[in-house]
Write a protein that binds this ligand. Structure first.
Ligand code: FES
Ligand code: FES
Length: 247
């Protein structure tokens, strides 16, 4: 006789599906693995993923807390004064006084306006060029209180009360600055896009005493790029002008 009980459908032999979230399952597996580690029972530190993540989170929280505490501590007097000087309500404008090429200008502008845009768009001094507009090419170089700065990286409000010199302010009437003369003499430009920045940078480079040799000129003028690659002539012009200025 055939025993049909053998064919009676029994419980589904497929193992039950695990329903835990992958994250919880991973933690359980790690905990199991941890229990199996011989050193776990000996009190050694447990380097599970969870333990490491917890440690990282606690360290980050601690660092954030320290930084927050530092921020809430009384600010240094200098930075407090600086913050006060630039404090402008959102959306408001600020009045900035700039002495540009010897002439005082009071300009009302948004605090986010760069010195470059102020010179070009508000004062009409387009001799200063906008190349990259992000501090890489040096085409926008001007002098601020005698120091060369990239005006595309400088907010006008940061130069409150400063004396700004642009390429338009170098000549004395019909008489060109020795650096301008030297650039013409040495044919130190092709398209001319970089030239105002090169000239302003060269004026400061000579003034700083960094034009003693060709290598030194190349080093200290390296923030001014020339896509026409007129470097040979630019260096010769700066070296020549340096002799003229020192006389
Ligand atoms: S435009 Fe300012 S560095 Fe290029
Ligand atoms: S002369 Fe053309 S970029 Fe310098």
């Amino acid at each position: 006789m055939i025993n049909h009980s053998r064919f009676t459908p029994g419980p589904d032999p497929t193992p039950p599906q695990r329903t835990e979230a992958p994250e919880a399952r991973r933690d359980q597996e790690e905990a199991g693995a941890e229990r199996r580690r011989p050193e776990a029972s000996a009190g050694a530190p447990a380097h599970t993923r969870r333990a490491v993540l917890k440690a990282v989170a606690m360290t980050a929280a601690g660092a954030a807390g320290t930084a927050a505490a530092a921020r809430t501590a009384a600010p240094a007097p200098a930075s407090a004064a600086a913050a006060q000087a630039y404090a402008v309500a959102p959306g408001a404008s600020a009045e900035v006084a700039l002495k540009v090429n010897g002439q005082l200008h009071r300009i009302v502008l948004e605090p986010r306006v760069t010195l470059l845009d102020t010179l070009r768009e508000r004062l009409g001094l387009t001799g200063t060029k906008k190349g990259c507009d992000r501090g890489e090419c040096g085409a926008c170089t001007v002098l601020a209180d005698g120091e060369r700065v990239k005006s595309c990286l400088t907010l006008a409000v940061m130069r409150q009360g400063a004396e700004i010199t642009t390429v338009e302010g170098l000549a004395r009437g019909e008489e060109l600055h020795p650096v301008q003369e030297a650039f013409i003499r040495h044919d130190a430009f092709q398209c001319g896009a970089c030239t105002p920045g090169q000239i302003m940078s060269a004026v400061a480079c000579i003034d700083e005493g960094h034009a003693g040799s060709e290598a030194e000129i190349r080093e200290w003028m390296s923030g001014n790029l020339c896509r026409c690659a007129a470097y040979q002539n630019i260096v010769a012009a700066v070296a020549d002008a340096a002799k003229e200025v020192r006389r």
